[in-house]
Write a protein that binds this ligand. Sequence first.
Ligand code: NAD
Length: 496
Amino acid sequence: MVQRFQQYIDGAFEDGSTSFDSVDPATGEVWASMPAASAADIDRAVQAAHRALFDPAWANLTASQRGKLLYKLAELVAEHAPKLAQLETQDTGKIIRETRSQIGYVAEYYRYYAGVADKIQGAWLPVDKPDMEVTLRREPVGVVAAVVPWNSQLFLSAVKLGPALAAGCTVVLKASEDGPAPLLEFARLVHEAGFPAGVVNIVTGFGQDCGRTLTSHPLVSKIAFTGGPETARHVVRNSAENLAATSLELGGKSPVLVFDDADLDSTANAVVAGIFAATGQSCVAGSRLVVQRGIHAALLERLVAKAATIRIGNPQNVDTEMGPLATKRQLEHIQRVLQASVEAGGKVVTGGRVPQAGSREGVPAGGFFFEPTIVDCPHAQVPSVVEELFGPVLSVVTFDTEADAIRLANDTRYGLASGVFTRSLTRAHRVTRALRAGIVWVNTYRAVSPIVPFGGYGLSGLGREGGLDAVLDYTRTKSVWIRTSDEPIADPFVMR
Ligand code: NAD
């Protein structure tokens, strides 16, 4: 039975102008039909969001009332997390263990921004004119176009919707054309929470029609985009039409530096989690292992042993440790880059193949599976060291000195996350200072929190999501000048 999903525009659920099939990545079979928003659908959604922005039903709510709505949404997300997790697993292949725990935590993001709503404050300015009172109001920036990729869509939209709604904006959220089911289902929770019609609109569709129309729409004031750098370039060009403020959360090629004084067993667990969780389809995946020569063999031995025991299989099974890639396109990309990496001298020390059904216990036929793979690289120009694969492939490069390690780690156009494993406190301080990345984890990897900003340097993006300051990106200031003198204003054309 193919399930049918609907889009959510102006408070109503409706079919799209056309529809497209969604494929279950674990089996390669069509399981759902998704509404494809046309340019006309997007225009209606943006018009609805623009109307809602000024409608007293939303515009006249107090900040605390907006916070209460967000809090209600957080509770609904927590309550419906199992269903949302099951849908995300079905539509993207991300394992159920990960989707359950991640979506449970998504509720915390809405709770956090629920609390932020009535803490957005303006200011009184000590202006240099005695007869003037100047205050600074913080107002919602306007209609927000939120665009997310297919991995972790609920999480990536929470860091946009949470601050946008706390600030009083209205939103058109575009789910990715790959795996949109959980976000389309989430629209039902937005509706149930009681947001007025048009405040949140949720659609899906393809980049060229739907994404381009949304990000270039004249009524959009802010674009919050997450995706790859190539798409981001299109989005920036689209924003030339509306001059919307733009934040970009893009890809990564994050280095994990391991020094010879690190605790090897603990480090091996963190490295494995850093690259093989979410089948490597994570923007912060620790995909470059930068390891000191003296421990290269010992660490690799541990990593290879762990990779070999990872249970690949049906992502809905709670025992599964690694699921399929989300799309066939993704699988083919990984195979292509891996082949080029081997030709450039990379040595595949484990994995590197599509597991045959039944070769590892529980691998179903027809899915987009790939083995956890480690490539030992003779130098940092091997393609898998340079390019974001967005898959379960760890590339290893070796260093001798701390300076070499920093040079290798920073030898990338990306700069999203990084990890440092060492027992030396002084070295940890030196290295965290030297790394060009928006996040540095020391003796840990992948920790996130609504309270902590998230974002990158270079090709990894522009702006930060999460944390208190993110909400300010959804506001703009209005300077209000009030003359306090009762004296009449002098005629400007009478000379004194
Ligand atoms: P993508 O860039 O192909 O697509 C992202 C979104 O952009 C999709 O919704 C897509 O439909 C839309 N889009 C495509 N063309 C568009 C256009 N011309 N105008 C407007 N929108 C358009 O990304 P993907 O392949 O779905 O996801 C993988 C990428 O996302 C990776 O590079 C990954 O690192 C990155 N990512 C970054 C973060 C982060 O927070 N930094 C988080 C997750 C994923």
